[in-house]
Ligand binder design. Structure first.
Ligand code: GTP
Ligand code: MG
Length: 465
């Protein structure tokens, strides 16, 4: 539990390289604490108005510039100060030490943002977006996080909540009337509102698939027979020697995951164990995991060694087509090792085979590559960025698993209300499910919250934020 009447401090910039470091202070005693450790050229922090910059000296340590904020016009909503000093780890730690002596202990991770939430400067969804904005490494991640930070997402949730409140109002009305045994006007208005709210909830919950892809990377599983060149392809795409490559079939026994940005989109590549009848328990477990990863992927890169005998190559392709869920996944078959000379290459046979299977062809494509020389990999990259399915994403995207779960729970409760309506249940029972839906939504913005939820969220922040 955060003690709001404490004044706390923390380094706000990362310790290490850089010209300037900032130490942040927040809480009711801020001005007094600052005056205790900084001697200003003129006046004191206590006398200074908000948004002022003062130059001063920390005795025997450094010359500093202090930005002063007055409640509620600061990040936390409290009196606050930022001391800019030279970026020396020694100076920063000495400064923190003197602050502690002056009665200002170190803040917990995320404490400043938590205070901002508690003081009503932002809601919980916005507070969580702060961490996402800091962590964003692609333009798409930044765009989504910024929208959430600026409250676009919260506004949408408020709209949804409003709809539910309206629904419960209608139900209450019916409750009041039922006592007098008055036949309530038809429930069609209720039904219409309910449908809108349910659809909205579902859409937001479903947007997590794309939102999560933007945040954690679009999952791409690299699959195929042992020795087809999956790990070589992974390394080539990452431009890094991440996975072990060898000519021994069964080299990769566990899945290997690594993210990489292609054309501004974050991808999560998953190299898998080659699928075959396992020779031992470890390999069997690896293959099991491979199957799981395949089912979670958005895109499958199916690697085929085209120098294998035709029957073996076709069998490998057949296995991929069987594994892929082509209604939801895209499969790019990669005819690999096309650099090899003096061997029969089965590209045409594979192509004809794929064409002959009428498996939702829209989602299957074939490319000739050499994972070893890099031939064709640019085409693989452009395939990936154009098939990631997030470029076209518009509207609000849910990127947070906690929010997605809350939205799904809300949608489920609304579904229960709707079922209850169908079965002609009395309003008080319907109202109960509706309250559950409201409660689920409330946990997202923090309208309803517990210390446990807050602790869980803010402990993931860095110190000083
Ligand atoms: N000539 C040629 N050899 C390749 C190519 N890609 C992979 N290889 C070779 O094929 C062998 C197997 O490569 P890996 O990348 O380990 O294959 P894998 O599919 O990961 O194999 P497992 O992990 O055992 O399932 C290695 O000797 C690679 O050097 C290619 O494009 N051309
Ligand atoms: Mg491998």
């Amino acid at each position: 539990m955060i003690e709001l009447n404490h004044t706390v401090c923390a380094p706000a910039t990362s310790v290490g390289a850089g010209a300037v470091s900032v130490v942040r202070i927040s809480g009711p005693q801020t001005m007094a604490v600052v005056d205790r450790i900084v001697r200003f050229r003129s006046g004191t922090a206590a006398q200074a108005p908000g948004y002022s910059l003062k130059f001063g000296t920390v005795e025997g340590l450094d010359d500093v510039v202090v930005a002063l904020y007055r409640a509620p016009h600061s990040y936390t909503g409290e009196d606050a100060a930022e001391i800019s000093c030279h970026a020396s780890p020694y100076i920063v730690s000495e400064l923190l030490g003197r602050l502690a002596e002056a009665g200002c202990p170190l803040a917990e991770p995320g404490e400043f943002t938590r205070r901002a939430f508690v003081n009503g400067k932002m809601d919980l969804a916005q507070a969580e977006a702060v961490a996402d904005v800091i962590a964003s490494s692609t333009s798409a991640q930044h765009r989504v996080a910024l929208n959430q930070l600026r409250g676009g997402y919260s506004a949408e949730l408020r709209g949804l909540r409003q709809q539910l409140l309206e629904l419960s109002l209608l139900l209450e009305l019916e409750l009041d009337f039922s006592e007098e045994d008055v036949e309530f006007a038809d429930r069609s208005r209720l039904r219409a509102l309910l449908d809108v709210a349910y659809t909205h909830c579902r859409q937001l919950a479903d947007s997590f698939r794309v939102g999560n892809a933007i945040r954690s990377g679009v999952p791409v599983a690299i699959v195929g027979a042992p020795n087809s060149g999956k790990s070589t392809l992974l390394n080539a795409l990452l431009r890094d020697d991440r996975a072990i490559v060898s000519d021994i079939p069964g080299t990769t026994r566990d899945t290997v995951e690594e993210t990489c940005v292609v054309d501004g989109i974050l991808f999560r590549f998953i190299d898998t164990a080659g699928i075959r009848a396992a020779t031992d328990e470890v390999e069997r477990l690896g293959i099991e995991r491979t199957f799981r990863k395949i089912s979670e992927a958005e895109i499958l890169l199916g690697v085929v060694d085209i120098t294998e005998p035709e029957a073996a190559a076709l069998k490998a392709v057949e296995a991929m087509l069987e594994r892929a869920d082509l209604a939801h996944q895209k499969l790019l078959i990669l005819a690999n090792k096309c650099d090899k000379t003096g061997v029969n290459k089965n590209v045409n046979a594979i192509n004809n085979f794929v064409l002959s299977t009428d498996s939702k062809m829209n989602n299957v494509e074939l490319l000739e590559i050499s994972a070893k020389t890099g031939f064709g990999l640019d085409q693989v990259r452009s395939y990936l960025s154009s098939h990631a399915g997030i470029a076209s994403a518009s509207g609000t995207l849910v990127t947070n698993a906690r929010h997605a779960a809350a939205l799904r729970a809300a949608a489920d409760s609304l579904r229960a209300v709707s079922d209850g309506l169908d079965r002609g249940l009395p309003s008080d029972l319907l109202a109960e499910d509706l309250r559950a839906a409201l409660a689920s939504l409330g946990t997202i913005t923090g309208a309803i919250t517990t210390d446990e939820i807050l602790g869980e969220i803010f402990s993931k922040f860095c110190i000083g934020k």
